[in-house]
Design a protein around this ligand. Structure first.
Ligand SMILES: Cc1cc2nc3c(=O)[nH]c(=O)nc-3n(C[C@H](O)[C@H](O)[C@H](O)COP(=O)(O)OP(=O)(O)OC[C@H]3O[C@@H](n4cnc5c(N)ncnc54)[C@H](O)[C@@H]3O)c2cc1C
Length: 499
């Protein structure tokens, strides 16, 4: 792995055919997904352009309110991240412009107004939710270059044109790249702090013109404190409350990562599947909102393990364990962070129209689900009944309540939660709609490529056929609350969330 100051071409995508305007006043970084000052290839690319053109750098981090499932919980998380970013950027020679859209000050027109004065615009290439559509709509409206940069994962999401349908194959592809790294073809790595590294060379920051600041006032400290009264003025869902134990931002992300590495990482391989042990990292909300980067997490692990790519064992290529040559906890964690996380980005980037479409399930899964479509269900619940945790199963209800009240759900419980929605819905298609709605409405880490990996895994994606064939599920992997009860002590969990 080699730190590069140039952003690899494979991570860069021109979204329009406009050029750089070298008479522009500044370079604009439109931060929409990688909401952090470190390990960020987009920021690094914008910094490079600013240095090349000898122009100041302006960073626009905007928070819209018109997106699906917008609520106080997600808004507060993003605003807490903006507060961290403001603290980080005010130490540096850049103009940081946090903007919160309100009914009085709609966001429309802001990007164009800034881009009119810019030499070029760099943004984040996140492959899911409304962000790709938003970029597609913005690109033709700008008169300067709009470039999207991929800082999602350790492998660039577009360095293959193969859509992977099995984790085994994706893992082999990933391992092959690490083997190449070990053989002297280094995997390109972002700079840790691209702005600090160039602080003395960047042009002096600009003050944005009054007419822009009047129409789109920068977020003040009350907004950045995610003030409740302010949130109450927005046309978003106020019933979904912020989780005070899950503050957003890169500072909270960093401390969660450090705590996890200190306390739980060493036993992660044994304890991650036990919901009662809370041994997982809880980093997914931070990964989702870009408050932490997979590169950074990986760096922390390799530092801790004193690891480099020459430690890998080729004999275990494509195997879940044994390849990395790390101790068992880190070995298991890296497989989740790289294989399981990045296969979802592969899916969304390479199949933008289909990643959330039932029809893109593997043929065997569609066939078996359709053969069992008319099987009698032991129970059938509507979206409203699921949402209200009003089923006969107190363990399932507790999981749903945990999701509703905290925005977080343990991976094992999430699998059970999804499997039972499949079991108790009128049809697999309806189950899909219900899972997407509830996951994305309540989970802080929802609306992510991993959301679709997890939800579609429930229906057979990335999995294989299992026997014996059962009612409703057919050959889809089956899970029951009864078997979960055998695996861990559920009573304290039910007591905590079930009421
Ligand atoms: C029905 C269902 C819905 C899901 N919805 C989401 C979602 O909305 N957002 C989301 O990020 N994940 C989702 N997952 C995947 C998984 O449950 C979460 O990534 C994981 O629980 C996050 O907790 P953690 O960060 O503590 O994970 P850890 O165990 O600490 O893992 C570290 C990181 O590895 C990745 N990872 C771990 N497990 C998985 C997995 N099974 N699939 C993909 N990546 C994984 C995540 O990026 C995670 O943050 C879903 C799974 C299921 C079965």
């Amino acid at each position: 792995m080699q730190i590069t100051d140039q952003v690899p071409e494979i991570r860069r995508r021109a979204l329009n055919d406009k050029g750089i305007d070298s008479d522009g006043e500044f370079v604009l970084y439109w931060m929409i997904a990688f909401r952090r000052p470190t390990y960020n290839f987009s920021l690094q690319r914008a910094r490079n352009l600013a240095l090349e053109l000898d122009r100041p750098l302006v960073i626009l981090e905007a928070l819209r309110h018109g997106y699906p499932w917008a609520c106080d919980r997600f808004h507060a998380f993003v605003l807490q991240g903006m507060a961290d970013n403001q603290r980080a950027f005010e130490e540096l020679p850049v103009t940081y412009y946090p903007f919160v859209e309100t009914p009085e000050h709609p966001g429309s027109g802001l990007l164009e107004a800034l881009a009119e004065r810019a030499c070029a615009v760099v943004t984040d290439d996140f492959p899911a939710f409304f962000l790709p559509r938003m970029l597609k709509a913005a690109a033709p409206r700008l008169e300067v270059m709009l470039e999207a940069v991929d800082s999602n994962g350790v492998r660039p999401m577009r360095d293959t044109d193969r859509l992977y349908s099995r984790a085994y194959d994706f893992r082999r592809y990933l391992h092959d790249r690490i083997l190449e790294d070990a053989r002297g073809e280094p995997l390109e790595w972002p700079e840790e702090s691209p702005l600090e590294a160039s602080a003395t060379k960047l042009a002096d920051p600009v003050e944005l013109p009054e007419e822009i600041q009047d129409s789109w006032p920068p977020a003040d400290s009350q907004w950045l404190a995610a003030d409740e009264d302010r949130l109450a003025t927005l046309p978003i869902n106020h019933e979904i409350r912020p989780n005070p134990e899950f503050l957003g931002g890169w500072e909270a992300a960093r401390s969660r990562m450090n705590d996890f590495m200190e306390i739980n990482l060493d036993e992660y391989q044994d304890r991650r599947n036990k919901p009662s042990e809370a041994a997982e990292s809880h980093l997914s909300p931070y990964l989702h909102f870009g408050h932490i980067s997979a590169h950074r997490i990986f760096d922390a692990i390799r530092g801790r393990e004193d690891w480099d790519s020459s430690d890998v064992d080729e004999e275990f290529r494509a195997k879940r364990e044994g390849f990395w040559g790390m101790s068992p906890g880190p070995e298991a964690f890296v497989d989740q962070l790289l294989t399981w996380r990045e296969i979802g980005f592969n899916r969304c980037a390479l199949d933008p129209e289909g990643y959330d479409d039932f029809e893109t399930l593997p043929d065997w899964a569609k066939k078996t689900l359709s053969e069992h479509e008319d099987d009698p269900r032991p129970q059938v619940y509507s979206l409203q009944e699921f949402e209200a945790a009003d089923t006969h199963d107190e363990l399932w209800n507790a999981a749903q309540m945990q999701l509703v009240t905290t925005g977080v759900l343990h991976n094992y419980m999430r699998m059970l939660w999804g499997k039972k929605i499949l079991h108790w819905s009128k049809s697999p298609r309806e189950a899909l709609e219900i899972m997407v709605e509830l996951n994305n409405k309540y989970a802080i880490d929802g609306r992510d490529p991993n959301s679709y990996s997890g939800i579609f895994w429930v229906l057979g994606r990335f999995d294989r056929a299992w026997g014996p064939e059962r009612e409703v599920f057919g050959k889809i992997r089956y899970m029951t609350s009864k078997s979960t009860r055998r695996k861990f002590k559920v009573d304290p969990y039910i007591e905590r969330y079930g009421g």
